[in-house]
Design a protein around this ligand. Structure first.
Ligand code: GLC
Length: 559
């Protein structure tokens, strides 16, 4: 069976199928941990600008920046106080413009994070809401409700925050009495907007235009499945074993409500007014690929993260199934499939793929976690997994540091941890700090070249010198060299715009397919696999003569 992105192209587009985001490799920058030009221990926008040549050399098509807007940083910037300004810790709007121009000069597109589900409690609207009376227009921008119980002392429903604890916080009214409650899916410093309110919609349309006018190529839309809540806010008890962001259960009253699609249709229209193929990418954790595909119908968003792929175990059959399903479901709505293995919310795949115990999304791993990964096996699998992913048709996302093979940092000291998950669950869940440690650039430098001062907002492990970019650049067997080769061959052979044809005969534990002139074979089994004839374009690890060892992927040019 053959699936092609060609089939997926919508008929309504003026230049069907040629848009950059259909095939792009997009590199996620988590600004606070990428590069720190100011030396204060937190990365910044001038740090990004200073390393654009490294990204060009790596060979990515675009970058996505996690939030850098004004924020008290209670959730590492996903708590925005002013959507139209850069937080001073990251620089200024002028620094942003310089970064954007520098990226565009190098042919690199830039998408920025937009956080519409909630603001910071320091946002002027929320402050106005706190100072206004129940029932006022100021409160109507957020989700305020009276409490239950005799004196309103109980929360309006039983919903639990993604970060642990309840989803409601009670405020004190202007006269000093205990008052209404407001909803926060995440931390209590992140009140949810009421997206049924036209004022909220108008404000975000204006925010979109602010960044589009500055020249951004699109937006990664945070918590795109959360904006609309089920009418009446009915009680709901999630599966305690489930992941924190949803995606495990159907019928959750605060995830994936049909009303969100109207918002994306409005946003689609706004972006379409601009030239340059601006794009929207949904962060939507939903139970099925088919449901996620609804986010990228032709008049909605352009891409959605393929979290079903990210969450697939290192198992050949499971991978074949999720790839087949993804290509089918996204093609059915005229969208490309995306692929992703790591981001700032999940355990890095160089560790995750070797975990031996269940690890729900958001739990993280730390000193007391069961099933700690074997780092050698993890890196070997990560290299094989990325080599498989980058051969698939569609668009792929990379997360900073994975091109260095960075593992999750497991042994962060308790007092260094900063993820609200850690605090709200009182240490029961480690959260996401382990994938957010500042990345190493230079082996023999303070903070491994993250800055000049040696400061780092999360401590970097002593053994990270060996992962530093300068060391890997010189080593043809390094993970960095592998990523560069994969990206160059992917581009040379047009794999992003290609098609997938499954190849039989390699056994159940092998994922094998052809994409245009390239045969891709990933061996997830214990035994060696005989290689077909043809030139080896790239291999994720050493080959054994004419055989492919376990946990290794190879790209072969058809003979
Ligand atoms: C998204 C972000 C995550 C953040 C949350 C709340 O899931 O990726 O980092 O904590 O939204 O904004």
């Amino acid at each position: 069976m053959t699936f092609t992105q060609q089939d997926a192209r919508p008929e309504l587009e003026s230049a069907p199928g040629s848009e950059w985001w259909r095939t792009a490799v997009i590199y996620q920058i988590y600004p606070r941990s990428f590069a720190d030009a100011s030396g204060d221990g937190l990365g910044d926008l001038p740090g990004v600008t200073a390393h654009l040549d490294d990204l060009k050399e790596l060979g990515v098509d675009a970058i996505w920046l996690s939030p850098f807007q004004r924020s008290p940083q209670k959730d590492a910037g996903y708590d925005v106080a002013d959507y139209r300004d850069v937080d001073p810790i990251f620089g200024t709007l002028a620094d942003f413009d310089a970064m954007l121009a520098g990226a565009h000069d190098r042919g690199i597109r830039v998408i920025v994070d937009l956080v519409p589900n909630h603001s910071s409690d320091q946002h002027v609207w929320f402050q106005e809401a706190l100072n206004a009376a129940p029932g006022s227009p100021e409160r109507a921008r957020y989700i305020f409700r009276d409490g239950k119980g005799k004196n309103g002392e109980l929360p309006p429903n039983n919903w639990e925050s993604v970060f642990g604890g309840g989803m409601w916080k009670r405020v004190t009214e202007a006269d000093g009495t205990p008052g209404q409650w407001y909803l926060h899916i995440f931390d209590e410093s992140q009140p949810d907007f009421d997206w049924t309110n036209p004022e909220v919609r108008a404000e975000f349309e204006s925010i979109l235009r602010f960044w589009l006018d500055r020249g951004v190529d699109g937006f990664r839309v945070d918590v795109a499945h959360g904006l609309i809540k089920a009418a009446g806010l009915p009680d709901f008890t999630p599966d305690p074993e489930g992941g924190s962001m949803g995606g495990d259960a159907a019928g959750v009253p605060y995830w994936g409500q049909p009303g969100v699609h109207e918002v994306w249709r409005e946003w689609h229209e706004v972006l379409a007014e601009y030239d340059g193929e601006r794009a929207l990418c949904a962060e939507a954790w939903l139970p099925t690929v088919a449901q996620t595909a609804l986010w990228v119908r032709p008049d909605e968003m352009h891409q959605a993260f393929n979290f079903a792929y990210l969450e697939t175990k290192w198992d050949a059959e499971a991978l074949r199934d999720v790839i087949t399903e993804s290509l089918h479901e996204y093609a059915a709505v005229g969208a490309p499939s995306t692929w992703v293995l790591s981001n700032h919310d999940v355990v890095r795949h160089a560790s995750r793929l070797a975990l031996t115990a269940e690890n729900p999304q958001g739990a993280g791993i730390g000193p007391k976690s069961p099933g700690k990964p074997d780092p050698v096996k993890g890196l070997r699998r990560a290299r094989a997994a990325t080599s498989l992913m980058l051969a698939l048709p569609g668009s792929s996302y990379l997360y900073q540091g994975e091109e260095l093979g960075l593992p999750e940092v497991i042994d962060l000291p308790d007092d260094a941890r900063q993820d609200p998950t850690w605090f709200r669950t009182e240490g029961e869940r480690y959260g996401r700090d382990g994938c957010r440690v500042p990345i190493p650039w230079t082996a023999d430098a303070p903070a491994y070249g993250f800055n000049d001062t040696g400061a780092a907002w999360l401590p970097q492990p002593a053994e990270w010198a060996e992962f530093a970019r300068d060391v890997q650049r010189e080593d043809p067997a390094s993970t960095l060299s592998l990523y560069r080769s994969l990206l160059a061959e992917r581009r040379a052979h047009g794999l992003g715009a290609g098609s997938l044809e499954w190849l039989d005969g390699y056994g159940d534990d092998v994922v094998a397919f052809r994409n245009g002139p390239v045969t891709v074979i990933a061996n997830l089994g214990d035994g060696a696999v005989e290689l077909p004839a043809g030139d080896v374009l790239v291999a994720s690890g050493p080959l054994d003569g004419d055989t492919l060892p376990t946990d290794t992927t190879v790209w072969i040019a058809a003979a």
